[in-house]
Design a protein around this ligand. Sequence first.
Ligand code: DUC
Ligand code: ZN
Ligand code: ZN
Length: 480
Amino acid sequence: MAKTLIKNGTVVSATGRAAADVLVDGETIAAVLAPGSTLLGFDLEANVDTVVDAAGKYVIPGGVDAHTHMELPFGGTNASDTFETGTRAAAWGGTTTIIDFAVQRYGERVQDGLAAWHEKAAGNCAIDYGFHQIIGGVDEDSLQAMDTLIDEGITSFKLFMAYPGVFYSDDAQILKAMQKSAETGLLTMMHAENGPAIDVLAEQLAAQGKTDPYYHGLARAWQMEEEATHRAIMLANLTGAPLYVVHVSAKQAVEQLAWARDRGQNVFGETCPQYLYLSLEEQLGASSEEWGAFEGAKWVCSTPLRSREEGHQHSMWQALRTNDLQMVSTDHCPFCMKGQKELGLGDFRKIPNGIGTIEHRMDLMYQGVVTGEITLERWVELTSTTPARMFGLYGQKGVIQPGADADIVVYDPAGHTSIGMGEGRTHHMNMDHSAWEGFEIDGHVDTVLSRGKVLVDDNQYLGAKGDGRYLKRGLSQYLV
Ligand code: DUC
Ligand code: ZN
Ligand code: ZN
């Protein structure tokens, strides 16, 4: 089995940093040693196959992105990244595990939805992957099927309070699914926006001729997120279900989570890089020769971008520091402008919702270290360790310690990354644009190992389709 020594680096964990060498034996980490150590008299450097010199660099556990949507059917099209292209882009950016969402919709069997997702992913992924289960149709059959999910290694399911007629669950359905969550230990994940009310507002805006992408954000007002978050919290409180709210973007929704947590409720939340960096004002101002004001469609996602002036971004960063929000995922759901986003030309309601970020999450969050928003350790905690703990992967993923999978990123704080597609820029997601065009990062993903195999080194891709394996996940470490 191939042995690799990563030497001279600073190993960073969620709880600290130390100068250390990391010895990888085959697919796992064999030892974390004082710099320059021998092991029982063996000169390590002379006895390994590969030496990676990480002098001046950070050695961190590979990123765990717990919220992705490869090939998601949405708005009459499918998310443009396949498991092959999306996971390769993830690896380029230092993410070595994803948890994607298998889909069940009303009238479909959960087992069939899950089987379809296995078929899409198997043999195609660059990195290891697990699944959550979307329950888009809560009925007797799907409730029963949820009993079998844990055996399949799926320990969390997602419900939608938005998208009536597509993925939407009403309160009665949510209550029943949460009772199942409380009974089984499955973690309830919630898309918390009041979909029926949003649809009325969207219809009224469209009837007034307000059809540009910007109005997507106006229709999805923060009150809709706050209200749904509160309702989800109360239903979870009533049933005893553990609750995880996805893609939190409104400061008022964070206040709801903080309130519930302060009362001792087992409630968690993630935000995404787009809610930390991008705003409704920029979307309003967006215009191009090719698309005019429809340029703003590049940033149509749900929950939507929020107003910078209202202080939502500031509140998200703050909540990441105070642990009112515990993790950062991407909600990676890319669509091209040509042929996909343009389905909504003249009617923002028809724009497929989603932004592609999987390649940039580690970099964008590192920039938060540079600007002083979070510490180096918190960067690792938010992007790798907590996602692994939250979703039953910790020990194998999310940490550099003996016995863990050798998913390791060597990150250069003296390096630089220019994000986008323009001159001198590149990304590897299957998109014809970048929602992150022009972002500059004061750091660089130098080397990426996935289970001991070097996937990325020195701006070269060395991995192959099918390197990734399905991960059967355990229960969340945050269950009480
Ligand atoms: N939000 C998005 O932006 N895309 C897919 C689904 C979702 O909830
Ligand atoms: Zn969602
Ligand atoms: Zn999502």
